[in-house]
Design a protein around this ligand. Structure first.
Ligand code: S3P
Length: 450
């Protein structure tokens, strides 16, 4: 458990952001976290050698690399984001000897539960105090339908959890109760070793990296529309997965921090290079554009099978908007930093349908609300909606509790670059899970941290 001066990862590292001059320059955000986890996992499941370029070398992804090793892959870092994975191959995974410790990473945990679920091996899943609070029943329920045994779980379906997978996962059709790419991916990854077809139906389309990578590695996947916003994904079991090179584009969820910082700091002009523009990931961009942001999308291209572009971002005065609930899956990780942008906008911003924010690395709805409050921002929570009253400026001066949540940490540091008084966060350690170069990268643009 975290104490006053220690996080789960050692002594807390407080950090302060102060009003900064114009932010200027170019920045390439680190590799996408979702694709990085999946690149390693597909490398594990494929036969042959999977070269990876641009892998996010953040703690979350390194935990997945360790889990891949424990399951029989040879995973090697060649340097500078270049890695290679020698796969164990679908159906040939080893039973891990120790606990699979995923640290802070929900994605690694949930996807690997699916992988283990499709093999006749036993594994124990655990992580830090944040991960131990996160709901895993949503993953275990469909896996049990496929034949997975839950040998032990902590109250409420929390980690540590021990499961025994099956070499013959039953083919299922599963209607997902939440728009969750992690849930969808766990089922599809377990379904890989099923002798039949596995179908997942989601009411709102969530990020589609798993489906895309399944097809890229040689599996047969059908994707159809289901209702106004949903999708039905069907996977043919037991494909031969062949190793292929993966190029990881820059993470839009990490790009969000320098992007919002450049919009808010007067006089800024920042170019974000190579950002992934997958339509299921860029809800924040749409929202910021509706708020009046000055973002020029240049040099659109395809890299590693994903749309990418460079974004030139200049300061603009934003105005409040109403963000519809059906946009949430495409910007689910961006609400904390959007709330910061909304605080500096003029007028009210209503963000609808945020129930999933309560079960992220922290209860993000509560953590954002508290961060706004201690910095003098007026807000309200109505049901699952967050309403921020933008006053065009923020007093600042608060110390924000980050609750082992990297995105809470980075969001409120962005606030401190523009607020009247500096903003302090209690612990910057978790930033290393997704954006290890956050501090130097933003300092190079002109951000002042201490
Ligand atoms: C992710 C899916 C999302 C997102 C997370 C990464 C993924 O979670 O919040 O950061 O890589 O599949 P949910 O599936 O719980 O919505």
């Amino acid at each position: 458990m975290a104490t006053a001066s220690h996080s789960a990862h050692g002594p807390q590292q407080p950090m302060t952001a102060s009003a900064s001059g114009p932010l200027k320059g170019r920045l390439k955000p680190p590799g996408d976290k979702s694709i990085s986890h999946r690149a390693l996992i597909f490398g594990l499941l494929a036969k042959g050698e999977t070269p990876i370029e641009g892998l996010l070398e953040g703690d979350d992804v390194l935990r997945t690399a360790d889990a891949c090793r424990a399951l029989g892959a040879k995973v090697e870092r060649l340097g500078d984001g270049k890695w290679k994975v020698q796969g164990a191959g679908l159906g040939s995974l080893l039973e891990p000897q120790g606990v699979l410790d995923f640290g802070n990473a929900g994605t690694g945990t949930r996807l690997m539960m699916g992988v283990v679920g499709g093999h006749a091996i036993k594994a124990t899943f655990d992580g830090d105090a944040s991960l131990r609070k996160r709901p895993m029943r949503r993953i275990l329920d469909p896996l049990v339908l496929m034949g997975v045994e839950v040998l032990s779980e902590t109250e409420g379906g929390r980690c540590p959890i021990v499961i025994r997978g099956t070499a013959e996962p039953a083919p299922i059709e599963y209607r997902s109760p939440v728009a969750s790419a992690q849930l969808k991916s766990a089922i599809l990854l377990a379904g890989l070793n099923s002798p039949g077809r596995t179908t997942v139906i989601e009411g709102e389309a969530s990020r589609d990296h798993t489906e895309k990578m399944l097809a890229y590695f040689g599996a047969t996947v059908h994707v159809e529309k289901d209702g106004a916003h949903g999708r039905k994904i069907t996977l043919e079991g037991r494909p031969e997965l062949k190793a292929r090179e993966v190029i990881v584009p820059a993470d839009p969820s990490s790009a969000a921090f320098p992007l919002v910082a450049a919009l808010l700091v007067p006089g800024s002009d920042v170019t974000i290079e190579g950002m992934m523009m997958n339509p299921l990931r860029i809800g924040l961009l749409t929202t910021l554009q509706e708020m009046g942001a000055n973002i020029e999308v240049t040099n659109p291209r395809i890299e590693g099978g994903e749309d990418v572009a460079d974004l030139r971002v200049r300061h603009a005065q934003l105005k409040g908007v109403d963000v519809p609930a059906d946009r949430a899956p495409s910007m689910i990780d961006e609400y904390p930093v959007l709330a910061v942008a909304a605080a500096f906008a003029t007028g009210e911003t209503r963000m609808r349908g945020l129930s999933e924010l309560r079960v992220k690395e922290s209860d993000r709805l509560a953590a954002v609300a508290e961060g706004l409050r201690v910095n003098g921002v007026t807000y309200a929570i109505e049901g699952d909606d967050l309403i921020v009253q933008g006053a065009g400026k923020v007093a600042g001066g608060g110390t924000v509790e980050t609750h082992l949540d990297h995105r809470i940490a980075m969001s409120f540091l962005v606030m401190g670059l523009v607020s009247q008084k500096p903003v302090t966060i209690d612990d910057a350690a978790m930033i290393a899970t997704s954006f290890p170069t956050f501090r130097p990268a933003l300092e190079r643009l002109g951000a002042i941290f201490s």
